[in-house]
Design a protein. Structure first.
Length: 268
């Protein structure tokens, strides 16, 4: 009789135990599918990552190089004011307008995940795919069609996703890019980047829309956990700093890829 009771208890435990579901995980999955939540949870570090960091409303910037003269990005850009002041590798998101090297402008500032001015971009819904591309370190990696991906392949892929037409002459993409490699990046983004949001240590695309009707661009903004959320990396007078809400921390420079200047803040 005792054996039968133990067996019955065990069966009941298994049956009812299998019906129990991790509600928190389910809710997070549903939110991810609907792309409706504001913060992304970092499962390893248990911290909240915001894709809506505090940003200045406007800033002033100048391009210092374009195309093959830039450093593994479409533009080299210097922002001269605001909390974003510093040097960046920037990317173009508007084929219809133009922006030259050594050109200065004032720009309105947006997270690529917030509502952008209506009609400014043909396919703003694809900024999640562009953020995915930004964080894959394509430049210098091998292409299955041969050779390695270049900044030109990445820029062509960005235009293909965000605009309703791509470049005609593509004069600033260099000599070693190709539509085949650019399309490979597009296809990978479509297959893997739907609903993507950058997490801890990833870069968030910050959109700069010039107020003088010049070409819109975006810069990479590195996200970090805990009190370093929204920390940015910038270079000034050849000194690299990690700057957060007016506080300065020494940091170690890491390899730059896709226009990002990656870093880690010290604990002091």
């Amino acid at each position: 009789m005792k054996k039968n009771y133990i067996l019955a208890t065990l069966v009941a435990t298994i049956l009812f135990g299998c019906d129990k579901e991790d509600v928190s995980q389910t809710e997070e999955t549903i939110a991810a599918v609907n792309h409706s939540y504001r913060y992304k949870k970092d499962k390893d570090n248990h911290c909240d990552i915001s894709v809506f960091p505090e940003l200045p409303e406007t800033l002033n910037a100048c391009t210092t190089a374009k195309g093959i003269d830039a450093d593994n990005s479409y533009f080299d850009l210097t922002i001269s004011d605001s909390s974003l002041a510093g040097d960046y590798g920037a990317w173009c998101v508007d084929v219809d307008l133009s922006l030259n090297a050594d050109e200065c402008f004032e720009a309105n500032v947006y997270s690529s995940y917030e509502s952008l001015p209506e009609g400014k971009f043909e396919h703003p819904e694809n900024f999640d795919l562009i953020n995915w591309i930004l964080n894959q370190n394509f430049i210098g990696s091998a292409s299955p069609s041969g050779g390695t991906y270049t900044f030109g392949d990445v820029q062509w892929a960005i235009w293909e996703l965000i605009d309703d037409q791509n470049c005609a002459l593509c004069a600033y993409l260099g000599s070693d890019w190709s539509k085949i490699k650019g399309q490979e990046i597009v296809d990978l983004a479509l297959a893997n980047g739907e609903g993507y949001e950058p997490g801890d240590g990833d870069s968030l695309a910050i959109v700069l829309i010039p107020t003088n009707n010049r070409q819109s661009i975006f810069i990479p903004y590195e996200l970090e956990c805990a009190d370093n959320v929204g920390t940015i990396c910038k270079r000034k007078n050849r000194t690299w700093k990690c700057i957060r809400q007016g506080c300065k921390h020494e940091k170690n420079k890491r390899k730059r890829q896709n226009g990002r200047k990656k870093f880690k803040c010290s604990s002091n």
